[in-house]
Design a protein around this ligand. Structure first.
Ligand code: SIN
Length: 269
């Protein structure tokens, strides 16, 4: 079975054009999609027409779709679906994350057992803004000097969510460089949105090192930018990517369904 895979023109991301996801995939198709995810880290399936049950079924091919830690209005058909939206109904947000910019992060890194894959499916998109950008954390690691790689080997960083109630009691700490369990490749695992500091060094050293790493990792050649169309479904691997979202006008509606798979172990080196 051969999928029609179109790689993007950066080091990360590809589109799969000929695979409708409203029907179950057989094992061969599932394996081919999984391989594409490992090869490209971000996979776009344009122009899908799927239900929430289809999205949860598709997610479960790659792990277990787990309800998000953040509580939402319970107007979802399925609790595994997390609504990312700026829309309000009767004055109440129907989802999370509003319309502001979200800076680069790896989903759920503030948990001890963070996210592995996340999936976003576009229901409504604004006319302007709201693009999502994914950074290739393998390429970012590979592009570091040997000296810097050596310096990072034993370092760990603390990750924390800005909504205090979403955090575990003891702060989550992860290696600054993680090895992907399926590909064996090393990836940078720090991002400006959720990484707070590097452990065991002074505040000034932590700040200096993190800002140098971000400046390096977020270079345009490592980033795939996605301009959403309604019906686009994007699967991304949080163990080797970070993502950020552009802001968009609050009077324009953006509604995405998201599912997430959590790890059963920390992303250990
Ligand atoms: C997220 O960070 O999970 C949301 C990304 C987006 O809204 O594009």
């Amino acid at each position: 079975m051969t999928l029609h895979i179109e790689p993007s023109d950066t080091t990360i991301g590809a589109r799969i054009l000929d695979l409708p996801l409203h029907r179950p995939l057989d094992e061969v198709e599932q394996a081919a999609v999984e391989k594409a995810i490992y090869d490209h880290s971000v996979i776009v399936f344009p122009d899908q027409q799927i239900s929430q049950a289809d999205l949860v079924r598709f997610t479960n091919y790659f792990g277990i779709a787990v309800p998000h830690v953040r509580k939402q209005l319970d107007n979802r058909e399925l609790e595994e679906i997390f609504i990312v939206s700026n829309v309000k109904e009767n004055g109440e947000p129907i989802g999370a994350l509003g319309n502001a910019e979200l800076t680069f992060h790896s989903d759920l890194s503030y948990l001890h057992e963070p996210g592995t894959l996340s999936i976003l499916y576009a229901i409504e998109i604004p006319a302007e803004g709201g693009d999502t950008h994914w950074c290739d954390c393998y390429a970012a690691y590979d592009g570091l000097s040997d000296e810097m790689k050596h310096r990072l080997v034993k370092l760990r960083a603390v990750h924390r969510h800005y909504v205090e109630g979403q955090n575990p009691e003891t702060p989550a700490s992860h290696p600054v460089v993680c090895t992907h369990p399926a590909t064996g490749r090393k990836a940078l695992y720090v991002g400006p949105h959720l990484t707070k500091y590097i452990e065991g060094v002074s505040d000034a050293e932590s700040e200096d090192l993190l800002s140098r790493l971000y400046e390096h990792a977020l270079r345009p050649e490592y980033v795939y930018r996605h301009r959403w169309g309604v019906g686009d479904l994007v699967v991304f691997d949080n163990r080797c990517t970070m993502h950020r979202r552009d802001p968009f006008p609050d009077e324009q509606r953006r509604v995405m369904w998201r599912t997430q798979i959590f790890n059963d172990v920390s992303p250990v080196p």
